[in-house]
Ligand binder design. Sequence first.
Ligand SMILES: Cc1cc2nc3c(=O)[nH]c(=O)nc-3n(C[C@H](O)[C@H](O)[C@H](O)COP(=O)(O)OP(=O)(O)OC[C@H]3O[C@@H](n4cnc5c(N)ncnc54)[C@H](O)[C@@H]3O)c2cc1C
Ligand code: SF4
Length: 507
Amino acid sequence: MTEGIESLAGVRSPADRSADVCIIGSGCGGATAARVLAEAGKDVVVLEEGSDRTGMELTQRDGEMYDQLYMDRGGRSTEDLSISVLTARVLGGGGVINASDVVPIPAGVLAHWRRAFDLADLTDATLAPFAAAALADLHANEVTEAQMNRANRLLQEGTERLGWAGARMHHNRVGCQGMGTCLIGCPVNAKKNPRFVAIPAAIEAGARFLTRARAVRVEGARADTKTVTVKTLDARGYHETGELRVRAPIVIVACNAVASAQLLLQSGIGNEHVGQHLILQPQLPLVASFDEPVNAFRGIPQAYAVTEFEEEDHPEHGLWGFRIEAIMGTPGIVSTLLPYIGSESATMMGRYDRIAASLLLAPDEPSGSVRLGPSTRPIIAYEHREEHKRRLRAAARAAARIYLAAGAREVLVPSVPPVTVRSTRDLHHLDALEMRPATTPMVSAHQQGTVRMSSSASRGAVDPDGLVWGTRGVYVMDASIFPSSASSHTMTPILTMARYLASKLAA
Ligand SMILES: Cc1cc2nc3c(=O)[nH]c(=O)nc-3n(C[C@H](O)[C@H](O)[C@H](O)COP(=O)(O)OP(=O)(O)OC[C@H]3O[C@@H](n4cnc5c(N)ncnc54)[C@H](O)[C@@H]3O)c2cc1C
Ligand code: SF4
């Protein structure tokens, strides 16, 4: 046992616990809240259903890491199988498996929240110290020229040839060795994520972290003391083994936007907005083939973003438009995303060293929901709106033009059937992209909105303090509370808002 982190893996008769504050989820939101409240002198217990994995335990092996670091072993998706919903399940949460991009909440988004959701307190000036603290915790720095791999450079070259705007991204890596497996964990612990910043600080201040501890129900939402029922899991997290109760006057739910809504629904807590207004930011992958080796699997996968088409202060939506970001996956994930089997798949994977890939990211309107299913898995419904598909098609056209300008011999959208572009004369092929369910491998990494914040219970599920309307002492402090897309990347916004809300609670 690392001091302050206790694994309950396989424990059949664990002892009950009590604390001032019980936090459910140890990711960006939960770890931050734990640190702030522990440093304010509160006795804090954090429940985490994943295990603790760092350094060489992050083995770079596809199968094992998706199995151990992701919810539903990486297989979570919308009910129509159209969008893969990627979320973490490990001590430290999404920061352990994310692409390490650091993007704060744009001022235009805060203005939109004040306008559309009456969140008058959320001004730039109020949040500035919390945003600054988040950036300091992340050790945020710009990817250097020398850290740009060939795939990111090709995206940059094409963008610059077309005269469009783009930029090297900011990230939270320090001492990165360019091993390229960020999405299945960093074996050299180069990411300054909650596991290496907020969690040690919280432990230093006295917080206790329990792993392989899945919260299944919160009772007494209006009582002085709440009781959280917790199931312990086996070492690999497949089966429940035992049960305990954690009692605390304050419970903070921070399981991420799908699981937080699920837990509140399971507990019968909250109003009709709980589980509604899901934002998925579905991203469309696009692959470019080059004649020369690109070796996109080495180096930082996501280091350059095309920002030409992004709007940060859209009057109706806040964040809108689209952006294009380089990405690369490990062989397992790339081969499953490509629409080929058998020898065609082998041929394509034989060119693994010659492909560059991008994710096309267009913020979406809230148009999904989370509800309870017959098993322990939540049902995620999502209506993929035509307007969003239209922006993704525009993004595909722009990305294809960029890669062709950079010398690609072919650009492919890996749908069924695949759509290919070999010259600018083929760009109209992309208009045929229908994105019907289960035909296009879309991914969601930025779920938000299912327990949204509003100044009135008639429009949202939590109040401006993060308190679930109608409860005494049940709070939510993760991406669930964002009423619209907080940013093109959610880690920094969550760190900012969790620190702000936990500081208010501590005060
Ligand atoms: C593949 C991927 C790449 C990403 N890339 C970026 C990026 O580059 N930049 C960026 O800003 N954002 C990125 N994100 C998004 C960002 O990482 C997440 O938005 C963020 O981690 C969410 O924070 P959270 O606190 O809401 O939840 P999480 O960080 O997901 O933490 C929630 C934790 O709660 C635990 N949990 C869930 N249910 C229970 C329960 N019932 N009991 C106990 N524990 C529970 C989970 O195991 C998990 O560890 C990425 C996400 C993914 C999946
Ligand atoms: S690219 Fe850097 S941060 Fe990512 S896994 Fe490799 S060493 Fe770690």
